[in-house]
Design a protein around this ligand. Structure first.
Ligand code: HEM
Ligand SMILES: *[C@@H]1O[C@H](CO)[C@@H](O)[C@H](O)[C@H]1NC(C)=O
Ligand SMILES: *[C@@H]1O[C@H](CO)[C@@H](O)[C@H](O)[C@H]1NC(C)=O
Ligand SMILES: *[C@@H]1O[C@H](CO)[C@@H](O)[C@H](O)[C@H]1NC(C)=O
Ligand SMILES: *[C@@H]1O[C@H](CO)[C@@H](O)[C@H](O)[C@H]1NC(C)=O
Ligand SMILES: *[C@@H]1O[C@H](CO)[C@@H](O)[C@H](O)[C@H]1NC(C)=O
Ligand SMILES: *[C@@H]1O[C@H](CO)[C@@H](O)[C@H](O)[C@H]1NC(C)=O
Ligand SMILES: *[C@@H]1O[C@H](CO)[C@@H](O)[C@H](O)[C@H]1NC(C)=O
Ligand SMILES: *[C@@H]1O[C@H](CO)[C@@H](O)[C@H](O)[C@H]1NC(C)=O
Ligand SMILES: *[C@@H]1O[C@H](CO)[C@@H](O)[C@H](O)[C@H]1NC(C)=O
Ligand SMILES: *[C@@H]1O[C@H](CO)[C@@H](O)[C@H](O)[C@H]1NC(C)=O
Ligand SMILES: *[C@@H]1O[C@H](CO)[C@@H](O)[C@H](O)[C@H]1NC(C)=O
Length: 349
């Protein structure tokens, strides 16, 4: 058997290639010279926005999550439909659900005013997520930076890679694992449901006829069930809103976990972290419920882990000037025949 003949050469080449690609690591000082005040600029706009919309912090961190789970943290979720781009905004987990795009544009404008063409939209999402948490009572952390923006969107990827509230814990765990996040990350990051809202259509399946049983989800706390049935009538439109954390809806704290212990998790996917007997998630929920410091430390680390999912670095991708479109769009010069003037003209589209 001479199995080893050409293999070491190929494997050495492959290692060299993959090393040069994963070489550029994110770091906290990426903009230290090119945009030293970027964190304060982002934080300032988030703070202003929170004054008129107490929900916006929740909406902004969710954008970073939905960005990172699709082709990595590359700003792909921000691209609008255009040409070959099928926007991720129209994917099932995002449509009529994700919000805060206007605030991202305001942040981008403010950042561009200080440091034109320097800071990526993907990094803006990571910074806005940190500001959203720290401004609402949660932990602060040093955001790692240096991501670049994608040239493409991946709508089918958004349809399939972002976890759904209706799928079981095993499936959700698998989706986290697929992007390198483990069970501690899953429980800690689910703690982001300590603020923000969910529409009835994301949990009404639990309230009247759960899994075809003719009865509500038996794990739902009965007084909480009554409250939710009032917010979400059986044949309602499904767009009414409930707080993800019934106790402190706009504050980043560990009450999400105490809610799970009293069977007051809103989404099926929330409650399963505590109610799936034998699951490794149960003891983590208990630990975060009894110790907010432990939750905050783990949350910050898991946000860094999530922010590290497959970033574009070095010279891959670009720094978008407008987060909604790839650069160059609207600047393409084409020659076309103008019938009314009976001559060729140059036009941009
Ligand atoms: C574990 C799997 C997860 C599932 C199944 C899930 C599902 C959902 C659903 C269904 C909603 C309500 C959307 C709507 O009704 O429009 C929601 C909202 C939210 N999610 Fe998650 N999520 C998960 C993980 C995460 C993670 C990892 C984060 C961030 C780190 C996050 C942050 C949020 C926030 C803050 C909101 C409220 C947004 C707002 O009020 O605008 N979620 N999530
Ligand atoms: C941060 O990353 C950039 C790009 O990879 C690099 O040029 C810079 O030296 C790094 N800074 C530190 C402190 O590692
Ligand atoms: C940094 O940005 C903040 C928010 O926009 C502003 O208040 C502060 O004056 C800026 N600091 C510097 C040194 O530019
Ligand atoms: C989104 O909301 C609009 C307006 O409420 C509605 O017409 C449309 O059908 C909704 N789309 C989806 C996919 O739910
Ligand atoms: C993604 O899901 C949405 C909503 O279900 C659907 O309209 C769209 O066609 C899907 N896109 C792709 C590329 O699969
Ligand atoms: C889109 O996302 C899916 C699932 O994450 C992935 O398998 C696929 O390679 C992605 N497509 C592109 C063009 O990046
Ligand atoms: C969970 O994953 C399995 C295997 O991929 C799949 O057959 C099943 O439909 C998924 N369940 C849900 C609720 O998505
Ligand atoms: C998940 O990974 C972290 C490192 O980021 C580690 O400390 C933790 O123990 C891991 N959790 C599990 C359940 O493996
Ligand atoms: C509950 O749903 C199942 C399956 O969809 C259906 O057969 C049954 O009639 C429903 N029960 C009630 C009480 O609505
Ligand atoms: C909801 O609609 C179904 C048929 O679509 C009907 O049988 C049922 O009585 C309605 N329930 C309520 C509470 O209105
Ligand atoms: C239901 O919630 C109440 C608080 O509203 C709590 O006191 C009670 O213990 C909970 N019941 C269960 C079975 O978890
Ligand atoms: C809470 O967690 C922190 C951080 O992990 C730890 O240092 C501290 O000892 C814990 N406190 C208690 C009372 O267990």
């Amino acid at each position: 058997m001479f199995l080893f003949t050409p293999y070491p050469i190929i494997s050495t080449l492959f290692l060299a290639l993959s090393f040069s690609v994963s070489n550029a690591q994110l770091n906290a000082t990426f903009y230290a010279n090119s945009c030293p005040n970027v964190s304060a600029i982002v934080r300032n706009v988030v703070q202003q926005s929170l004054q008129s919309d107490s929900r916006i912090g929740a909406s902004l961190i969710r954008l970073h999550f939905h960005d990172c789970f699709v082709n990595g943290c590359d700003g792909s979720i921000l691209l609008d439909n255009s040409g070959s781009i099928q926007s991720e905004k129209d994917a099932a987990p995002n449509t009529n659900s994700t919000r805060g795009f206007d605030v991202v544009d305001n942040i981008k404008t403010s950042v561009e005013n200080s440091c034109p063409g320097v800071v990526s939209c993907a990094d803006i999402l990571a910074l806005a997520a940190e500001s959203s948490v720290s401004l609402t009572g949660g932990p602060s952390w040093n955001v790692l930076l240096g991501r670049r923006d994608s040239l493409i969107a991946n709508q089918s990827g958004a349809n399939t890679s972002i976890p759904s509230p209706f799928e079981g814990l095993a499936n959700i765990t698998a989706k986290f694992s697929a992007v390198g996040l483990n069970t501690t990350d899953l429980v800690a990051l689910s703690g982001a449901h300590t603020f923000g809202r969910a529409q009835c259509r994301t949990f009404v399946n639990r309230l009247f006829n759960f899994s075809g049983t003719g009865s509500p989800d038996p794990t739902l706390n009965s007084s909480y069930l009554t409250t939710l049935q009032q917010i979400c009538p059986q044949n309602g439109s499904g767009t009414a809103l409930a707080n993800l954390d019934l106790t402190t809806p706009d504050t980043f704290d560990n009450n999400y976990f105490t809610n799970l212990q009293s069977n007051q998790g809103l989404l099926q996917s929330d409650q399963e972290l505590f109610s799936t007997s034998g699951s490794a998630t149960v003891s983590i929920v208990n630990s975060f419920s009894s110790n907010q410091t432990a939750f905050f430390q783990n949350f910050a680390q898991s946000m860094i882990n999530m922010g590290n999912i497959s970033p574009l670095t070095g010279s891959i991708g670009e720094i978008r000037l407008d987060c909604k479109k790839v650069n160059g769009q609207g600047l393409e010069i084409i020659s076309m025949y103008d019938l009314s003037r009976n001559k060729n003209i140059l036009a941009s589209y």
